[in-house]
Design a protein around this ligand. Sequence first.
Ligand code: GRG
Length: 298
Amino acid sequence: MVKGFQFDTYMAEKATLVNNALEEAVPLQEPLKIHEAMRYSLLAGGKRVRPILCLASCELVGGAESRAMAMALAVEMVHTMSLIHDDLPCMDNDDLRRGKPTNHKVYGDDTAVLAGDALLSLAFEHLATRTIGVGPDRVVQAISELASAVGSLGLVAGQIVDISSEGKQDVDLNKLEYIHVHKTAKLLEAAVVGGAVLGGGNSDEVERVRKYARSIGLLFQVVDDILDVTKSSEELGKTAGKDLLSDKATYPKLMGLDGAKKFAGELLATAVEELGFFDAGRAAPLHHLAHYIAYRQN
Ligand code: GRG
């Protein structure tokens, strides 16, 4: 860990910056119902890990954080969209998200689907039109990173394989990794890579942060699986123990709790190794973020 770096202060400052910018990016306007539903989930107080990773990655390669702010917001919009859709009765059917009733519980399934669709669309519009101080080639590259993370070879791939595996006992570690790389790691990768691309990183730097992101992306999900069996719904702000109840394949189930913790430690080490290539001061936020993801409590 980098001495003297105030991680808690860093996270609080960046989260406030992101929250204020999100508030401005999605104003309450006509038609009121859809904008209310979009804002309900978007401003419900997530940890903002993905946008903060995006800003930290931009600064790692020497870019001013303003260059990556639109990307950071776009990633959080996509993430929120995926949570709204994931919670729907036709998907994971959940009642609690970010400590509040899920979007469809408040606004109905029809509005929740539309709120997700509108956030997805706005994410790309925002990234394309609100990125400042960056040449068009890099903006197009960032758009393409985000699009491929979401589509049928990204989040959607992870979700369809996850849904198709429900109730089946044939999910081995390879399949579990496929699901989580696609459902979770791809979007974290887009956040980190997009930040480095918009920050002006060269191709070597971009590929280093991509490797870092792949490790922390899978780490994020391994830890999510561990928290599901070790924490309460109150502590998590979402329904705990769900995986166990539905007999779903998870890292603790396939590896045992200690095995899953050991695997998490290995992924953390791989991520940190990639940062060794960069200036330690500039890499401090991503270094601490990797540890935060590994040791988070919710
Ligand atoms: C409709 C294009 C389209 C895609 C959606 C529904 C779906 C496809 C994918 C599901 C993706 C999903 C919900 C993955 C889980 C990711 C995850 C670990 C979420 C929890 O993230 P945190 O802990 O949550 O960062 P907060 O609330 O803090 O932001």
